[in-house]
Ligand binder design. Structure first.
Ligand code: MTE
Length: 300
């Protein structure tokens, strides 16, 4: 299905051209006009280059593996990701321990090129492969009374130096309101650039919520709980003055210690200038209605 936002930046910008042309011929043969969604013209609304796979895999936040940006790349290789089991619980028709394939097989893997904005004011553009979280929630059956979805990251203390040193409280936990979780932009991503998710990026499956600061995008998920009450989240628990539950990208609301008005695009090269941060990270048309009537300077 061709979503409008997939045309944001074209696949031509993120795939070596020879590979892409080849693939496009295949797609054209198979799907005809159906390929338009990922092969359409560049609407270079922010005129920036998407990131390379090397950049995406070498500048990470994954505190379980250390605090430095290159620590996850160095240390996350030791994480065991096979087999992988995800516990689904709470207000669902079909709770249980699902293997990754039980949870995802047969569902459509979408190609989505999204802006990614960290609360620390750096950003990337990432070509994800992922399944709409709504499809997975539908598979397990959301019951009446469900208002939030909570997520939890795996804990493997023997290979996670950040867990051994207790740099923050683990397991890392995150949550979304149910309408945010069901929004078609929200993905559970299993790959980047059609490559399986690297461990440092949250293998084998991680959340992607492109209109929120990156810390909402919890990695290496082992538990999904559909619940009635707002669940705790790692950063709002660690520092409630600085981080809230919503964490929507908003250039008008500064972090207590720095401005959120601009961002530094990773890999911007020699003349890398800061660029303006966009309201809802550029997805305002798609998501602003979710927050009608809320004071966006208060619900951060
Ligand atoms: N998930 C877990 N389990 N642990 C983390 O430390 N860091 C978050 C988020 N998900 C984090 C996490 C933060 S702060 C960001 S910016 C993104 O992951 C970074 O994702 P990336 O490394 O794939 O770019």
């Amino acid at each position: 299905m061709a979503h409008r936002w997939t045309n944001d930046l074209s696949r031509d910008d993120v795939t070596p051209r020879s590979v892409w042309l080849n693939r496009r011929q295949i797609l054209a043969g198979l799907a005809g006009a159906g390929a338009v969604g990922i092969g359409g013209p560049v609407a270079a609304d922010d005129g920036l280059q998407p990131n390379t796979l090397e950049e995406i895999r070498s500048y990470n936040n994954f505190y379980e593996f250390g605090l430095g940006k290159e620590d996850p790349m160095r240390n996350a290789g030791a994480m065991v990701t096979e087999p992988w089991s995800i516990r689904v619980e709470g207000l669902v028709d079909r709770p249980g321990d699902y293997s990754l394939s039980d949870l995802t097989d047969g569902l459509t893997v979408e190609d989505r090129i999204y802006r990614f904005r960290c609360v620390e004011a750096w950003s990337m553009v990432i070509p994800w492969n992922g399944i709409e979280l709504a499809d997975i929630l539908e598979r397990v059956g959301v019951q009446e009374g469900a208002r939030y979805v909570a997520f939890e990251t795996v804990v493997q203390p023997e290979v996670m130096i950040g867990v051994q040193r207790r740099v923050i409280e683990f397991p890392y936990v995150e949550g979304l309101r149910i309408d945010e979780a069901m929004h078609p932009l929200t993905l559970l991503a299993t790959g980047i650039y059609d490559e399986p998710m690297a461990n440092q990026n949250g293998a084998p499956i991680r959340l992607v919520v492109p209109w929120k600061y990156g810390f909402k995008s919890i990695k290496s998920i082992v538990r999904i709980s559909v619940v009635a009450e707002e669940p705790p989240t790692t950063w709002s628990r660690a520092n409630p003055r600085e981080y809230g539950f919503y964490a929507n990208v908003n250039p008008q609301v500064d972090h207590p210690r720095w401005s959120q008005a601009t961002e530094r695009r990773i890999g911007g090269g020699l003349f890398n200038r800061r660029q303006d941060t966009l309201m809802f990270n550029g997805y305002e048309d798609e998501v602003a209605h979710l927050y009608d009537g809320m004071d966006l300077s208060r619900f951060i």
